[in-house]
Structure formats: C-alpha cells, structure tokens
Design a protein around this ligand. Sequence first.
Ligand code: 6GU
Length: 268
Amino acid sequence: NDPAADPFEVARDAAAVIADRSGIERHDIALTLGSGWGKAADIIGETVSTIDAADVPGFSASAVPGHSGTVRSIRLEDGRHALVIGARTHYYENHGVRRVVHSVRTAAATGASIMVLTNGAGGIKETWKPGTPVLISDHINLTADSPLEGATFVDLTDLYSARLREVARSIDPSLDEGVYTQFRGPHYETPAEVQMAKTIGGHIVGMSTALEAIAARQAGMEVLGFSLITNLAAGIQKTPLSHAEVLEAGREAEPVIADLLARVVAAL
Ligand code: 6GU
C-alpha cells in the first residue's frame, strides 16, 4: 500500500507468495476470469492451490458480485500450470490504474507468457444474442488512462494475438470477434455513447480488460481476450440494462463458455 512502491516489485512479492503457497515455482499461462467465466476454473485442470486474493500482496478483495476473490494454481493435463485470477480490480473502483493491472503484472512475474483476459460485456452487434462468447480482436481505450508510466512507448499493433485467436477458432470455428471499447463505468453507457462507440469502430462495450491488456503487452506476454455478451448495449436492446440481467446471462452461458475456454487453454 506504499504509494512510493515500485509496482513491479510489488508484483514480484505477490508472485513469491503464490510460489510459496502453491509450491509451483513457475506458471505458464494466466487467466483472469470475469463475469460469467468463473466455472472454467473448475474444469481446465486439477486445482493445486486456492489462495485468498486478500492474502496476496497488492490485491484487494473484489467487491463485485460474480468474482471469486481467489488466485488459483491449476495443473493442466499436459503438465503446464495455469494461474487463475478470480479477483479483478476495476478502474471504476478508483484505486488507480496500478491496482487494476497488478494481477497481470503478478501473472507475468510468476512466469506466465500468455495472458487470457475474459469479461462480461455489452454487445453493439444486434446479431449477438446474450450468452454469446466473442473473441476480442482489438480495443479502444476510453479511460484516458494508461498503466504505463513515463516514456514507455509500447507497440500495440498485434495486442490481441492473431496467433492465439487462430488457436481459439480452431476449437470453435463459429467464434465471432470484435473491438472491445473500455469505458470507465460503473454506470452503463447512454445510447448516445453506444452510438459513439459504434461510430469509432467498437463492437463490444465494457469496463475492464483494455488497461490490463496493455500491461500484459508491456510485460511481454501474448494476450488472448474473450467477452461474454451478457446483454446488448443501451439503445441497441430496447429494454433497460441491469446487473441482475448480466449475472443471469452469465449463469446460463457458464457451462458452455467454461467448456470452450478449457478446450482453448489446452490448445494454447
Ligand atoms: Cl452494456 N456496458 C458496459 N460498459 N459493461 C457491460 C455492459 C454494458 N454489459 C455488461 N457489462
């Protein structure tokens, strides 16, 4: 909690605690499980350890329903290890962007070279029914913030790895993809803001992921992003938006997208 602390040093401390508590020296891949995606943690492999996020340096227990508040180490069938982060700090919580990307930096410090970011989000394409998983092909960061500090000019040309998206599509060829637009939240967008997002090239609206993806790329990780479309965005769907509806869509889609994610992870 020291504001003067080096965020990368805090991430190394967090990784050391995870290594100590899990007995796993090195993780190969990391996943952040957002709304709707939590069940994947139960089926991607054998859980070796589950740590309360509150016990890991730099993490704060998430206040958002739909997040487990744990960091799990999971052994995949082929012997690789996955770090599964069920504790996301959202930008709208106002703890600063360092907190938002701390889990990603921790994942990198545990050795992970692939970062899978998942979320529940609103769809702008009318053909996407609630419960549809889509690949993130690129993002538009509307937070006006960055996890990078100082003169750190990171190239984001292929931020959402085309290679990893191909792997995902080899598992489910019907997977559509779209541009994720990160708004600050926590309110949902107005219909006019949704139209703006659409006009500038967005297909998905959400409150996470883009800042985390930037930090993952800075750390040298390959990024794969998935959104579960939990509802259509304001003005695209005719009915009002509610968090209850978002959770309900997540619950219904959960077994299907957990299975999809497990098969993708096995193939990465
Ligand atoms: Cl419509 N907008 C945002 N920003 N986040 C969401 C959402 C919409 N639906 C689920 N999450």
